[in-house]
Design a protein. Structure first.
Length: 326
């Protein structure tokens, strides 16, 4: 079928108008209220991060940003809601490190963590700490593992729940250190109480919740879980530098959009959040809260790569530990 000159001109005009409309829409974005879904309840670190960046984003783009808490099922309900939202840049979701462990923890997820989302940026995170009760005769990681091997099956550790980062952090160390320890899952902050009461020997809390117990002398700090030493604890070694290279547990937070969100919008959001993370007001809020977010964020491509690495890392650990959630 041949296309006449008139038809060809109409086709070209249609293409030009479509491209013009797309570019205009991207340039005008955002022009209405946006929302950031937080798949947990209010008051936690994830909620804090969402509200912190949302407040600054409102100023930057001149639109209202609603923080929409949708807790339930370990974050799956809110994250699933975000995966089904229109891919227009007006619905984002703030996920945490547990997002990368979900594919291995649950037999069925209502979304694919890689295929159903477009990463925007990793906003930051916080280190976890390996704490032991003061009565445990270990001053460092190697002594702790030697004790566990000598008293195989008797050393215990608490966590904030099966599949939580405080659980996976110890399971990763067990894999690398080739030792055993009895897992005692608690519900949330009760794990810290278990350690202080000597119901368990060890616990991996986030730095913000763990440091008060260290300062009070009720717990002993052995190491931090990030690759680099924590800014707040420059004299505390990492587990990686203590003889276990590659060990890393970072309680990160990051923003995703539904897959199909235009690349121009993803790029704009990435740029805006990079600026936000450099604001002195945001940095001061981080410092005052005790949380340490990654300065400047990272690119969508780097964040996507990090998620894939984390999924593989936790798949091996979870499979070896035999952890399954419903």
């Amino acid at each position: 079928m041949k296309i006449g000159n008139t038809q060809l001109r109409l086709l070209c005009a249609t293409i030009v108008l479509t491209l013009s409309s797309t570019l205009t829409g991207a340039q005008a974005y955002p022009n209405k209220t946006m929302r950031i879904i937080v798949p947990i309840g209010t008051g936690g670190a994830q909620d804090f991060v969402a509200r912190l960046v949302a407040q600054s984003l409102e100023v930057a783009v001149g639109q209202q940003i609603i923080v929409d808490n949708r807790p339930g099922a370990g974050g799956i309900i809110g994250t699933s809601l975000a995966s089904k939202a229109l891919p227009d840049g007006y619905t984002l979701v703030l996920v945490a490190a547990s997002f990368a462990a979900q594919p291995s923890l649950y037999a069925k997820l209502p979304y694919d963590p890689v295929k159903d989302f477009a990463p925007i940026t990793q906003l930051g995170g916080q280190a976890y700490l390996l704490l032991v009760h003061p009565s445990v005769p270990a001053k460092g990681i190697r002594e702790f593992i030697a004790l566990a091997k000598a008293d195989r099956g008797k050393l215990s550790y608490g966590s904030t729940g099966n599949g939580e980062l405080s659980n996976l952090a110890m399971e990763l160390l067990k894999t690398l250190g080739d030792f055993d320890a009895v897992h005692v899952p608690y519900k949330g902050s009760a794990a810290a109480i278990g350690l202080l009461a000597r119901e368990v020997d060890a616990f991996f809390p986030a730095i913000t919740s763990g440091m008060p117990h260290v300062k009070s002398g009720k717990a002993r700090l052995l190491a931090v879980t990030t690759l680099k030493r924590a800014t707040q604890l420059p004299d505390t070694p990492t587990i990686a530098e203590s003889g276990f290279p590659g060990y890393e547990v970072n309680g990160w937070y990051g923003l995703l959009a539904p897959v199909g969100t235009p690349k121009e919008i993803i790029a704009k959001l990435n740029l805006e959040f990079a600026k936000i993370l450099e604001l002195s007001s945001v940095k001061d809020a981080q410092l005052n809260s005790g949380r340490s977010l990654v300065p400047g964020g990272n690119s969508p491509e780097d964040f996507a790569a990090n998620i894939k690495v984390e999924i593989i890392r936790w798949e091996k650990v979870i499979k070896r530990a035999g952890i399954k959630l419903e």
